[in-house]
Design a protein around this ligand. Structure first.
Ligand code: ADP
Ligand code: MG
Length: 278
């Protein structure tokens, strides 16, 4: 689906490589620049969070990586090959719980495996493994309507993991959850990730969440959507509750916060999230 029809192989080790990606949408007689010359490399098994005000192009970038949106110029590469549509090596998790309401947790998790024609016994076993990993064993035979929001998202994570993608693309997956559930799911996600490493691109507008999860925080700015700052998080894993209160965490959080809420451009000095489109 990208404008780059010929697969391009580049000689670098990045798992995901975004090179000078610009994405415009028609707006009246003009083009609206949703992404302006965005470049970003994500290493294999790296956990990168992307944070920024509403409308800065986070979801657009995610959709480009997922192969759901083409680029106007530049390249988005996965394993050195231009993204040309969705692929099984990229699992996508959205804010809305995209579960089939008529299927049990187990059947939801098995769904992608069934589509991929994985034999029944193996399907069962793999679903079991990931349901267990996200702590839903007791609810394997429950329908989504019997689950809390947090449990639904854990089910969505298990389902994404089950098809064994090497990349997880998550667009504000915990955005609809209450603060406490959110914190628990952050820990759970890191625990899952530490046991089954994947390359993760996780979008959020929550600064604490961005720092707590990441190896690296990418801060985006709006109008036009662009990479504004990249901040390394040199905190060890496993990340713990105590760590959130540490001076190191606080310093990083303040730095990211400042970068998100006091963005400066030639013309604008502040881009509060409430001023933009969601
Ligand atoms: N399909 C589309 N058509 C027109 N404009 C779009 C489309 N998708 C996104 N946009 C615009 O691009 C900008 C970035 O949107 P989005 O990537 O959803 O931002 P974010 O996820 O950071 O809130 C917004 O101003 C939005 O209105
Ligand atoms: Mg978005």
């Amino acid at each position: 689906m990208t404008s780059t029809s010929t697969p391009t192989r580049v000689s670098d080790a990045a798992k995901i490589s975004v090179r000078g990606v610009t994405k415009t949408f028609p707006l009246g007689n003009e083009d609206f620049i949703a992404l302006d010359n965005v470049s970003l490399d994500v290493a294999d098994n790296e956990f990168v969070t992307i944070v920024g005000p509403s409308g800065c192009g986070k979801s657009t970038l995610m959709n480009v990586l997922a192969g759901l949106e083409d680029v106007s110029s530049g390249h988005a590469l996965v394993d050195g090959i231009a993204v040309a549509g969705p692929g099984p090596e990229r699992g996508v998790i959205f804010q809305q719980y995209a579960l089939f309401p008529w299927l049990t947790v187990r059947k939801n998790v098995e769904f992608g495996l069934k589509t991929a024609r994985v034999p029944r016994a193996e399907r069962r076993e793999r679903a079991e493994h990931f349901i267990n990993l996200v702590g839903l064993t007791q609810f394997a035979d429950a329908l989504p309507k019997m689950l809390s929001g947090g449990m639904k998202q854990r089910c969505a994570i298990a389902r994404a993991y089950a098809v064994n993608p090497s990349i997880l693309l998550m667009d504000e997956p915990f955005g609809a959850l209450d603060a406490l559930t959110r914190v628990r799911l952050q820990e759970q996600l890191l625990e899952t990730w530490s046991q089954e490493k994947r390359t993760v691109v996780f979008i959020t507008h929550d600064v604490d969440e961005a720092v707590f999860l990441a190896n690296r925080v990418v801060v985006m700015a709006a109008r036009p959507g662009r990479v504004y700052d990249v901040i390394d998080v040199d905190l060890p894993y496993p990340r713990t509750e105590d760590m959130r209160l540490s001076p190191e965490f606080t310093a990083l959080r303040n730095r990211v916060w400042h970068s998100v809420y006091h963005q400066t451009t030639g013309q604008q000095t502040s881009l509060m999230p409430s001023t933009a489109t969601a």
